[in-house]
Design a protein. Structure first.
Lengths: 122, 247
């Protein structure tokens, strides 16, 4: 969805921000590096890193951004567990945008990729 | 003091967030489709135990998580099969398999019960994670309410995706007419529909933490949010990547 949103807004971004590269996260996305680090700390459940990242985001972007970013991160802590606990496959593996994202991020290495790759074989 | 008052929060929290959390807490305490109110609250408590479970920590490092013996940190209020399910969903969800879900049925947990358990676990977890992100303590779990489970099952389900039956994309008819609009639904929306109320409960939380169905169609910026869609998806993508989620 990041690629789709960037395409819609005609914004040049670098998907490697998803993989944790701060410079990439900042490309075309306001407060991108700060948001990426906040999200990363939440997903890793690193309380010290959360405190530091939250304060940095707060000082740069303000409290409303912190609240909404916390909400999105919390939502996706849930969504990944729904997807994997139920074993749902990717809806469409044939779109160009999906192929580009998977190739760029190298996510076929994840164990849960089997839920899609095996489903497509059968 | 009422639940989710956020009176101690250092910054104002959008008012739709505590409203949704309060509504969910009330539902959590009540009998569901396949678990009683007492069991649902016990599932929620177990989702918190999983985060401190040494056995889960060790199993996460094991190459073969299904051949790893040990005991979970648990309150002991649920069957062992349910405790293990809760802990796996929280700590090692990427290695859940069809075979394990099927085996749980043999151990006494139906797929319907599993789906409702997944819904409770992930919804409570996401509310707790919101608090952790903001440096706030988690909310006290609600007091369970007595009553009977509904045992409701949708009339039409299919087995074309995932480990459990789901309402098909065009199955939003009859009692399930309010699941979504139109004839298309992404697999992630269908995932929990074997227990329609579970699907509705997590959607209500997603509406405030992320976006409504309608809001998801806006790839630029939702007027009710302080961050635009690219910023949202960067956060979403980084969380998903660290969790090694392919979907």
């Amino acid at each position: 969805m990041l690629r789709a949103s960037a395409t819609t807004t005609n914004t040049d971004i670098d998907l490697q921000g998803i993989n944790g590269d701060a410079d990439s996260a900042a490309k075309g996305i306001e407060f991108g590096a700060e948001l990426m680090r906040f999200a990363e700390a939440i997903a890793r459940r690193d309380h010290v890193a959360i405190t530091v990242a939250r304060q940095t985001l707060l000082e740069n972007a303000g409290p409303a951004v912190v609240i909404d970013a916390a909400g999105v991160a919390a939502n996706f802590q849930r969504m990944v567990r729904i997807a994997d606990a139920i074993g749902i496959p990717v809806d469409n593996m044939d779109t160009d945008i999906g192929k580009e994202v998977r190739s760029t991020l190298g996510i076929e290495r994840f164990a849960s990729a089997q839920n899609t790759l095996n489903a497509n074989k059968s | 003091m009422s639940a989710f008052s956020y009176s101690e929060a250092p910054w104002p929290v959008r008012e739709d967030i505590p409203q949704a959390y309060q509504a969910y807490w009330q539902k959590l305490a009540r009998p569901g489709s396949w678990w009683t109110g007492t069991e649902r609250v016990a599932i929620a408590a177990e989702s918190r135990n999983a985060l401190e479970c040494e056995f889960c920590r060790a199993r996460k490092q094991a190459l073969s998580p299904y051949n790893f013996e040990g005991a979970h940190r648990s309150d002991g209020d649920l069957p062992a099969v349910a405790v293990d399910a809760v802990h796996r969903i929280i700590t090692d969800q990427g290695r859940i398999t069809q075979a394990w879900v099927n085996n749980n049925v043999d151990e006494g947990m139906t797929k319907e019960a599993y789906v409702e358990l997944v819904g409770v676990v992930v919804t409570v977890f996401s509310i707790d994670e919101f608090h952790h992100a903001l440096g706030l303590p988690v909310e006290k779990l609600p007091t369970p309410e007595a009553g009977e489970i509904s045992s409701y099952r949708p009339a039409v389900v299919s087995e074309d995706i995932g480990f459990v039956p789901t309402v098909p994309a065009d199955g939003n008819v009859g009692n399930e007419a309010d699941l979504w609009d139109g004839l298309r639904a992404a697999n992630v929306f269908r995932a929990l529909t074997l227990v329609p109320q579970t699907f509705k409960d997590w959607r209500a939380i997603a509406n405030v933490q992320y976006l409504t169905f309608e809001g998801m169609g806006n790839l630029v910026k939702d007027a009710t949010r302080a961050i635009n869609r690219m910023q949202m998806e960067l956060v979403a993508g980084r969380v998903s990547s660290i969790n090694e989620c392919f979907y």
